[in-house]
Ligand binder design. Structure first.
Ligand code: ATR
Length: 277
């Protein structure tokens, strides 16, 4: 790395667990780029100050993760259309004039991951069931609607949150009660779990898949473990299952390209590199 190295990073609190430095570090090496991608541990009360300081520090931009996606949304000078729709920013680009532009690539990462896992799948094929109503559910639902999904069935333990999210996003979204969640699976073409259920240390998602067509694709955005109980159950009854790691890998592509000038490729070896490092 020289004094002219291009700089980027990931801002969060805490940030030690982030896999992004490994991923971008691998791409920098692979493409022979004079650059660095560093973890930026910023206490919440200093997040706005840290974001505003990026141009002065010579950063080309950064990723923003929990809990700063909304602070970044409010702090940047400009938002791209996707970030505006998401109400959250995960990728900041510093322009030549020192202004900050916020984008959100989570939905892009989600769609690219499912498409890479199931080449013949497309959002238009049928209704999609989305479990959860947090930030991840918003990214998934918006991406699916923008890609032409005819209907989203939004299922959340706390119905009010799902209703709020559906009203905010707009479009063909039906909110389904948690107690009736299995009925939402009838005739669905895609099922996505955006909750923490099934993650290491959490109980499995409590969902009986009997009503789900065998042709449907099942995706879990959780990637620790890669094979969640939901994906194991889906596969055992003949559904195609897509794990969540690819969402992390694909959401990183637009930022890397903007900061370092190369469109990076998501290759099979990245799973090992990112997870085991
Ligand atoms: P994020 O923004 O990352 O999506 P979040 O806002 O914490 O995270 O949302 C987590 C999701 O997991 C929520 O939809 C939550 O449901 P509630 O809105 O009812 O809290 C869901 N979730 C968490 N624990 C759950 C459980 N035991 N059963 C079902 N859903 C659960």
């Amino acid at each position: 790395m020289s004094g002219k190295a291009r700089l980027a990073g990931v801002m969060g609190w805490p940030i030690g667990h982030s896999r992004s430095p490994r991923l971008h570090g691998h791409w920098l090496e692979r493409y022979g780029i004079d650059g660095a991608y560093v973890p930026l541990a910023v206490p919440p009360e200093r997040a706005e100050q840290a974001i505003r300081a990026l141009p002065a520090l010579g950063f080309r931009g950064c990723n923003v993760t929990v809990p700063f996606k909304e602070i970044a949304f409010r702090t940047v000078d400009r938002l791209d259309a996707t970030a505006r729709r998401m109400g959250a920013v995960n990728t900041i680009v510093v322009h030549a004039d020192g202004t900050l532009e916020g984008g959100n690539t989570d939905g892009f990462g989600f769609l690219e991951n499912v498409k890479a896992g199931c080449r013949d799948w497309s959002a238009e094929q049928g209704p999609a069931v989305v479990i959860g109503a947090g930030g991840a559910a918003r990214a998934v639902a918006v991406a699916l609607l923008d890609a032409g999904a005819p209907e989203i069935r939004l299922v959340n333990r706390t119905r009010a949150r799902a209703e709020e999210l559906a009203a905010d996003i707009g479009g063909p979204i039906a909110v389904v009660d948690w107690v009736s969640r299995e009925t939402a699976l009838e005739g669905a073409a895609l099922l996505v779990n955006t909750t923490t259920q099934g993650m290491t240390g959490h109980p499995p998602l409590d969902l009986d898949l009997r009503a789900l067509p065998v042709a449907a694709v099942v995706n879990d955005i959780v990637y620790t473990p890669l094979d969640t109980p939901l994906l194991v159950a889906a596969r055992s009854r003949g559904n195609r299952a897509v794990d969540g790691l690819g969402m992390l890998l694909h959401q990183a592509r637009p930022g890397f390209q903007a900061w370092f000038g190369v469109e990076p490729e998501v290759t099979p070896d990245l799973a090992r590199i990112v997870l085991e490092g």
